[in-house]
Write a protein that binds this ligand. Structure first.
Ligand code: HEM
Length: 152
């Protein structure tokens, strides 16, 4: 993988995100459709947990995930803290399987990656790198002793 300065990676991510937004609009529905196709039980979690409307909670979680992906390069430590706090909270307090948590992040990144044209390998590399970073942070959080204590 090519090593690029942070500012360049951020710019590459930004142009891919703009293109995805222009092509798809709000990412919430297509992301959640993909998550529900993979894990039908995830829909029950959103129904059970939303205090307002389901779409509001779905939208907020996709937005939070996008925030984590787009801040990964410049604020990695902050994003790691968010994941290390929120993944166990989602698992232990909200009863959300970490696999579902992680697939929301995978599908959010993948829907953007799917819109990158073949001749923009640089944008693809930037998004794949950040996707790997965020999913890696989730894998670490899943392995934390706190979570292992309550794991089935
Ligand atoms: C299956 C997917 C998910 C469901 C059903 C879900 C559900 C929820 C609910 C019900 C809350 C509010 C309740 C509380 O704070 O105790 C919440 C908060 C939060 N979630 Fe999620 N979540 C999901 C995925 C994610 C993912 C992938 C991330 C991070 C990348 C995330 C990050 C957060 C954060 C940071 C908060 C606290 C701030 C806020 O309420 O906006 N969630 N989530």
């Amino acid at each position: 993988m090519t090593h690029r300065p942070a500012a360049e990676l951020i710019a590459l991510m930004g142009s891919a995100l703009e293109r995805a937004a222009a092509q798809i609009g709000d990412l919430t529905r297509p992301v959640l459709d993909r998550v529900y196709r993979r894990h039908p039980e995830a829909a029950d979690a959103f129904v059970r947990l939303s205090s307002g409307t389901i779409t509001e909670l779905e939208g907020r979680m996709v937005e939070t995930t996008l925030f984590c992906l787009t801040k990964w390069i410049e604020e990695q430590a902050m994003v790691e803290i968010i994941i290390h706090d929120s993944l166990p909270h989602h698992a232990m307090t909200l009863g959300i399987d970490p696999v579902l948590f992680q697939s929301l992040a995978e599908e959010t990144a993948d829907i953007i990656i799917a819109t990158i044209p073949a001749d923009r390998g640089d944008e693809r590399e930037a998004w794949v790198q950040v996707r790997l970073g965020l999913i890696g942070a989730m894998a670490k959080a899943r392995a934390s002793p706190m979570l292992a204590r309550v794991a089935r």
